[in-house]
Design a protein around this ligand. Structure first.
Ligand SMILES: Nc1ncnc2c1ncn2[C@@H]1O[C@H](COP(=O)(O)OP(=O)(O)OP(=O)(O)O)[C@@H](O)[C@H]1O
Ligand SMILES: [Mg+2]
Length: 259
């Protein structure tokens, strides 16, 4: 995995946040308000959970981080660089975004080409593209499927390949939407171990609160497009009334042994 952790960008200066979201407002074109002046700061190397009920704004926030969606007001800064038309390309080289639906991520004729796409389009030398692609496929246990068309995979296999397409980019910030959804227990366990090992800044939108407990020390709870809590995960996950007020359940309600 060493190759996938290197960034094409130089290290940011001391004191610069990995991510700053400043009073971000986003309404969908049909008028649905989604983010209501949301602010969030994430330091380099932090691993942060974004939790909250369906429709809270988690996916919308992640899509705003690399300019796929652009807020009507407010700002997004990634390692000190403010998202704009002029910086969107550069910012996409810093934020690896995993879509919640892997079909939105996979478009090439083969698994290999999908995973190689990012590094290839970053203009990296071919041997580095090959190394990153192989490392990323190995990290998700999909080397044997390199020549398969992505649409002929199971949902969980697609999810693994989609994760590999993000890892191969080598971005310093990973924004992952439901990365553990549809993974079998072993693949889920391996994903958690992998994300735990990566010395990157990681933001994970998820309903998998057991993964939050195991991997992500800080939890940002969203509801109605706003941050309603931002505290250590151990506190948030044990705050039954807070969770219940926002459509969530403590881990014990899932029968999880970590409760
Ligand atoms: N394409 C869209 N057009 C209009 N409204 C949308 C669209 N996508 C999402 N929304 C609305 O934006 C709000 C935030 O949705 P979002 O998908 O960000 O929620 P989420 O927290 O990711 O939920 P989930 O847990 O279901 O993934 C919701 O009110 C949702 O209905
Ligand atoms: Mg979502």
């Amino acid at each position: 995995m060493t190759a996938t952790t290197t960034s094409v960008h130089p290290a940011p200066p001391e004191g610069v946040a990995a991510l700053e979201v400043d009073a971000l407002r986003f309404d969908y074109p049909d008028g649905t308000p989604s983010l209501q002046g949301l602010s969030l700061r994430v330091e380099p190397g932090e691993k942060v959970a974004l939790i909250g009920p369906n429709g809270a704004g988690k996916s919308t926030l992640l899509l705003n981080l690399n300019g796929i969606l652009r807020g009507q007001s407010g700002a997004v800064r990634v390692f000190g660089e403010t998202l704009s038309d002029a910086t969107v390309r550069s910012i996409r080289g810093r934020v690896g975004l995993l879509f919640s639906n892997p079909d939105d991520q996979l478009f090439s004729p083969t698994v290999y080409e999908d995973v190689a796409y990012g590094p290839l389009h970053m203009g990296l030398p071919l041997d580095e593209v090959r190394e990153r692609t192989q490392d990323a496929l190995a990290a998700v246990g999909m080397e044997a499927f390199a020549d398969r068309p992505p649409h002929r995979l199971s949902l969980g296999q697609k999810k693994r390949v989609a994760i590999a397409t993000v890892l191969s980019m080598g971005t310093p910030l990973l924004a992952l939407d439901e990365p553990s959804a549809n993974l079998d227990p072993l693949a889920r366990r391996e994903l958690i171990a992998l994300l735990d090992r990566l010395p990157l800044t990681i933001l994970v939108a998820t309903h998998d609160l057991a993964m939050v407990a195991d991997l992500l020390p800080r939890s940002v709870l969203l509801d109605g497009g706003e941050v309603v809590a931002d505290r250590p995960s151990a506190e948030v996950l044990n705050d039954g009334p807070l969770l219940a007020a926002h459509g969530l359940e403590p881990l014990s309600a899932h029968g999880h042994p970590h409760a």
